[in-house]
Design a protein. Structure first.
Length: 151
């Protein structure tokens, strides 16, 4: 059974989620683990429109996703963004990622947004979930595509 809940309901899991994020993305972009933990602490504020969601598979933490206001400096006019979709490798192909994406979409819809954005190199995965290509990136971001999802 897959259960997805806001990270604010599980503050004790901030270090785990921050570590997942750091190892998957932060380390290669020069962020420190401390900075990522601080960023994740910001998701604990219930009134924040920016959210982190954690998935549990059979009661065990299995993945996370973020709903954030800004993800690409070059596209600050677009918001909100689905970001940092991560599923523990040994728990992949169980539907965890799909449940996390749906939780972020639902939260964005509940906030009154009509579209949600993300950027990725894994376009086919998101196409299967109903996302559509919005813009192909170039320059330093070549190989990445912005996708949009109507809510």
């Amino acid at each position: 059974m897959i259960l997805v809940e806001p990270l604010e309901h599980h503050p004790e899991l901030v270090p785990l989620c921050a570590r997942w994020n750091f190892l998957e993305w932060g380390q290669s972009t020069g962020h420190t683990m401390e900075a990522i933990v601080d960023a994740f602490l910001g998701f604990l504020e219930p009134s924040s429109r920016q959210k982190a969601f954690i998935a549990f598979l059979s009661g065990l933490p299995a993945g996370l996703v973020l709903l954030i206001d800004k993800d690409l400096d070059s596209h600050a006019h677009l918001k909100p963004w689905l970001a940092s979709l991560y599923v523990v490798p040994e728990m992949r192909n169980e539907g965890v990622g799909r449940h996390l994406v749906r939780a972020a979409e639902s939260a964005a819809r509940n906030q009154g947004h009509t579209e949600l954005y993300l950027y990725t190199s894994k376009v086919d995965y998101y196409r299967r979930l109903g996302w559509q290509e919005f813009e192909t990136l170039t320059g330093n971001d070549a190989g990445l595509v912005i996708l949009a999802r109507e809510l």
